[in-house]
Design a protein around this ligand. Structure first.
Ligand code: SF4
Length: 88
């Protein structure tokens, strides 16, 4: 599952600075998460950094992009060839 940023986003950019995968990008009026790059922080952190960093705790798990932990780890490995994950 990827994370998703709801429309209540105040466009502060904190989440984009914290994302280890560069998955968060700026839209016209809010930030968005690229599900092809989001691993829910599997491979890097115990919990999604964007949720922890957001001053309003807005990012949510996106039910439209559900993946197993194994699939998220495989995505992380594809995004980070040659590196070893910190968190399995
Ligand atoms: Fe980036 Fe992690 Fe948030 Fe996904 S859960 S968008 S990888 S900070």
């Amino acid at each position: 599952m990827s994370c998703k940023i709801p429309e209540d986003c105040i466009f502060c950019g904190t989440c984009a600075e914290e994302c280890p995968n560069g998955a968060i990008y700026e839209g016209e009026v809010q930030f968005h998460v690229d599900p092809e790059k989001c691993t829910e922080c599997v491979g890097c952190y115990e919990r999604p950094r964007c949720i922890e960093a957001c001053p309003l705790e807005l990012p949510l798990k996106d039910p439209d992009h559900q993946e197993t932990r194994e699939a998220l780890l495989a995505k992380w490995r594809k995004l980070n060839p040659g590196k070893e994950p910190n968190i399995f």
